[in-house]
Design a protein around this ligand. Structure first.
Ligand code: SAM
Length: 216
């Protein structure tokens, strides 16, 4: 079976199991995950599991990417902030959904991964993704405010800068916790509403509002 066939099967399975919206299904069906996976894991690119990408980090499992996109209710033209670019796969899926009139700003703390993500995204023509190296627990002020924010590493608590950089009416999806982690959906109106989606497993968020500073 070639990559395209495997990709289609995975997208169809996730659509069925998660009752995916048409836009999230189309994005998962389109983005070539094998392109983002290191050579030795390419044969497993369409298995629904996280895979190592180097530097102790992982590419998220496709079902988690799909669920986070659904929870955010992403729309065409939105400005989205991703914390934790990794190799760029999730950013590409988001970029497909927000389209050319939208933009994805993605912050990664490991420069080598940010470079890898930039190469992957530009080779696939995703010029609506801006990858920035830095401490994503601080958000990315120059492009704020954002319609939607999502974090792909687990935080000790809700980072204050991210809440501040979210638009009124905006939504954030973020895993919180150490050994026991829960995925939260945060809605910012004139008050903050927060509800838990369920238990998840992510790598830790480092940085000022993460578990510890990078240098430690
Ligand atoms: N989004 C990725 C994908 O497409 O599959 C998955 C990313 S991986 C699960 C989490 C990433 O968060 C890692 O690359 C890690 O280096 C990054 N990270 C952790 N703490 C961070 C921080 N404070 N700022 C930016 N990135 C951070």
């Amino acid at each position: 079976m070639d990559f395209d066939e495997k990709k289609l099967r995975l997208a169809n399975r996730l659509k069925e199991e998660l009752n995916l919206s048409e836009k999230v299904y189309n994005a998962i069906k389109k983005v070539p995950r094998h392109f983002f996976v290191p050579e030795r894991y390419k044969s497993e690119a369409y298995v629904d599991t996280p895979l190592p990408i180097g530097y102790g980090q992982t590419i998220s499992a496709p079902h988690m990417v799909a669920i986070m996109c659904e929870l955010l209710d992403l729309k065409e033209g939105e400005k989205v902030l991703e914390i934790g670019t990794g190799c760029g796969y999730h950013a590409a899926v988001t970029a497909e959904i927000v389209g050319k009139t939208g933009i994805v700003v993605s912050v990664e703390r490991i420069p080598e991964l940010a470079e890898m993500a930039k190469r992957n995204l530009s080779a696939l023509g995703y010029d609506n993704v801006l990858v920035v190296v830095g401490d994503g627990s601080l958000g990315y002020e120059p492009m704020a405010p954002y319609d939607k924010i999502y974090v792909t590493a687990s935080a000790p608590d809700l980072p204050k800068p991210l809440l501040e950089q979210l638009k009124i009416g905006g939504k954030m999806v973020i895993p919180i916790g150490d050994t026991y982690q829960v995925l939260y959906v945060v809605e910012k109106d004139h008050e903050i509403r927060k509800w838990s989606w369920g238990a998840v497993r992510f790598v830790p968020l480092y940085g000022k509002y993460g578990f510890r500073d990078f240098e430690e």
